[in-house]
Design a protein around this ligand. Structure first.
Ligand SMILES: [Zn+2]
Ligand SMILES: [Zn+2]
Length: 145
């Protein structure tokens, strides 16, 4: 059976047959510290669109170590430690970082820059995509699943 978007590791597989609800290049400090990348390509799917075959194989930890009560949990494989997705405790979204979570970034191009902060000294992106200091202003969180 083939699915539109697939990822995961050797032990835990995920897929979505629906398109994401948001797709951005994230400049925030939390993504930077978690991924070690200057910017992080982040894709939001509706929560129930991301299907996982072995949820019992996931370790959960706060995405933002400085805000352990925040809504996002980083789910990693118990066997190999691969990050699988960010799970929203409010069941609105699951967030995928394609290049770290087994997805093809080419199939999921980011449409804008999010959480850009000029005070970091990083030059403003000039690749033609919109640049915002948060998520895009017209982004609406999906209703909890
Ligand atoms: Zn971020
Ligand atoms: Zn694994």
């Amino acid at each position: 059976m083939s699915h539109k978007y697939t990822g995961g590791c050797d032990h835990v597989h995920t897929y979505s047959d629906n398109d994401p609800v948001d797709n951005h290049t994230c400049h925030c400090s939390v993504c930077k510290s978690v991924t070690g990348q200057d910017t992080t390509h982040v894709v939001f799917f509706k929560h129930d669109d991301v299907v996982v075959d072995h949820p019992e194989q996931l370790n959960r930890q706060p995405f933002n170590a400085n805000n352990p009560d925040g809504p996002l949990e980083l789910c990693t494989c118990k066997s190999c430690g691969t990050p699988i997705f960010l799970d929203d405790k409010l069941n609105r979204i699951r967030a995928i970082v394609p290049n770290l979570m087994g997805y093809s970034p080419e199939n999921l191009p980011a449409t804008y820059h999010a959480f850009y902060d000029p005070s970091t000294g990083v030059p403003r992106p000039d690749d033609g995509r919109p640049v915002y200091d948060g998520l895009r202003p017209d982004f609406v969180w999906p209703s909890p699943a």
